[in-house]
Design a protein around this ligand. Structure first.
Ligand code: MRU
Length: 346
C-alpha cells in the first residue's frame, strides 16, 4: 500500500538486513527499522514492532535467512527460539519452516535461502490480494441487498501492516472502496495495545475510507441499533473444526453478531490454518505482561509519554487472544474463495 505516494510492504529484506515499518510508533511517527540479527528480529516481534499473523510469518522467513548469512548455518535452537517467541499465530512457524526446511534439504547457499524467503513473502501477499477480491464479492452481495453505505465492524488490525501488504479482513474493504462501493468502518480500539485505534484507523485514513473508532464495548449496542451490516476479522490460527484464535475481544463480537443476525466473517490465508489441532481449546493462548494493561502510551505536547492507569500493587492478567467457536462463523474468506464452513474448505 502507499504511504505519501510511495509503495511499501510492512516488512522486506535488503542487503544483510530485515526492514520493518515500526508499528509501535504509528500513527504519530512513520519509522523504518533495520534489523541485522536474529535476536533483534525476535525482540521486534515480541514487542509488536512487527505484528499481525502473516507479517510475523514473513518476518520469520527473513529472520532464518538473516541467521544463515550471519553464521553460515541455522541451528535448531535458533529456529525454535524464533517459532516460540509468539505462540498463538501459527504463521510464524510457517514462515520459519519455509526457509529452515530449505536449509535442511541441503540447500545451504544464501541466495537460495533468500529466494525461499522471498517466495514465501510473495505468496502470502498474493494470498491477501486474492482474499481482498473474494471478500469484495461478499460485500457486493450485501450492498445489493442493503442499497446503502455498508457499515463493517472490525477488531484489531488485519490490514496491510499485519500482512506484508493488502491485509486479510481489511483487504475486501480496500477493494470495495477502490471499486466505488460505499463503506464505513467501525474500528474497535482494541485495548490494551490499541491496534485498531492506532493502526487500522491509520490505514483507513491513508486510503480515505470513512471510519469511526469505537470503544471495545460498543459493538453489541451498534448491532442492536442495526448499525452494523457485517463483522469482518482476521485470525491467528484456524484449527481443524473451524474454531479460531484472534485478538482478545473477537469472541464477544461473534456472540453479539449471532444474537443480532449480523454476518460474521473471518479472513485468512491457508498459512493460518493448522489442521494438526482438533479444536480451539488446544490453541496456545499468549499471555502478555500486565504492564500493557497498567500503562498507556500516547503523545503529549509532541512527545511520546507513558502514563499509569493503576498502581504497581494492583494485580492484572493480560490474555492477548481468545477463541471463537466455528458455530459463530458465517464464512471463511481465503485465497481459494469463500467457504461457509471449514469442511467445505478441506
Ligand atoms: O497481537 P497482534 O497485534 O499480533 O494480534 C494480531 C491479530 O489478532 C490480528 O487480528 C490477526 O493477526 C490477523 S492479522 C491479518
Amino acid at each position: 500500500m502507499k504511504v505519501n505516494n510511495k509503495h511499501y510492504r510492512s516488512v522486506w529484506a535488503e542487503k544483510n538486513a530485515v526492514i520493518i515499518i515500526n508499528q509501535q510508533k504509528l500513527p504519530f511517527e512513520f519509522e523504518l527499522l533495520r534489523l541485522t540479527t536474529l535476536d533483534e528480529v525476535i525482540e521486534a516481534i515480541k514487542t509488536l514492532k512487527v505484528r499481525g499473523a502473516p507479517a510475523i510469518g514473513i518476518t520469520a522467513a527473513w529472520a532464518m535467512w538473516l541467521e544463515f548469512i550471519n553464521n553460515g548455518t541455522i541451528d535448531k535452537t535458533a529456529y525454535q527460539k524464533l517459532i516460540q517467541c509468539r505462540p498463538t499465530a501459527v504463521n510464524i512457524k510457517r514462515g520459519a519452516d519455509a526457509v529452515y526446511h530449505t536449509f535442511l534439504n541441503q540447500t545451504q547457499q544464501a541466495k537460495q535461502l533468500w529466494q525461499a524467503a522471498q517466495q514465501f513473502a510473495d505468496s502470502e501477499i498474493e494470498a491477501c490480494k486474492l482474499i481482498g477480491q473474494h471478500g469484495y464479492k461478499l460485500l457486493q452481495q450485501l450492498y445489493k441487498e442493503k442499497q446503502k453505505t455498508l457499515n463493517i465492524l472490525t477488531h484489531c488490525n488485519a490490514g496491510w501492516l499485519a500482512c506484508g501488504d493488502y491485509g486479510t479482513a481489511l483487504a475486501p474493504i480496500f477493494e470495495a472502496h477502490s471499486n466505488g462501493l460505499p463503506v464505513h468502518v467501525w474500528v474497535d480500539e482494541t485495548r490494551p495495545l490499541n491496534q485498531g485505534a492506532r493502526l487500522t484507523a491509520w490505514e483507513l485514513a491513508n486510503e480515505q475510507i470513512p471510519f469511526d473508532i469505537i470503544s471495545d464495548n460498543s459493538g453489541a449496542l451498534l448491532m442492536m441499533l442495526n448499525k452494523v451490516d457485517a463483522v469482518m476479522v482476521g485470525a491467528d490460527r484456524i484449527v481443524k473444526n473451524g474454531d479460531f484464535a484472534n485478538k482478545i475481544g473477537t469472541y464477544q463480537k461473534a456472540l453479539a453478531a449471532r444474537e443480532h443476525h449480523v454476518p460474521f466473517w473471518v479472513a485468512a490465508p491457508h498459512t493460518t490454518f493448522d489442521l494438526s489441532i482438533d479444536n480451539g481449546l488446544q490453541i496456545p493462548i499468549e499471555q502478555r505482561h500486565g504492564n500493557e494493561l497498567q500503562f498507556i502510551s500516547g503523545m503529549y505536547q509532541q512527545q511520546r509519554i507513558e502514563i499509569a492507569l493503576f498502581p504497581n500493587s494492583f494485580s492484572s492478567v493480560n490474555h492477548a487472544f481468545d477463541i471463537t467457536p466455528a458455530s459463530l462463523v458465517n464464512a471463511y474468506i481465503t485465497e481459494k474463495g469463500i467457504f461457509e464452513n471449514i469442511k467445505s474448505w478441506l
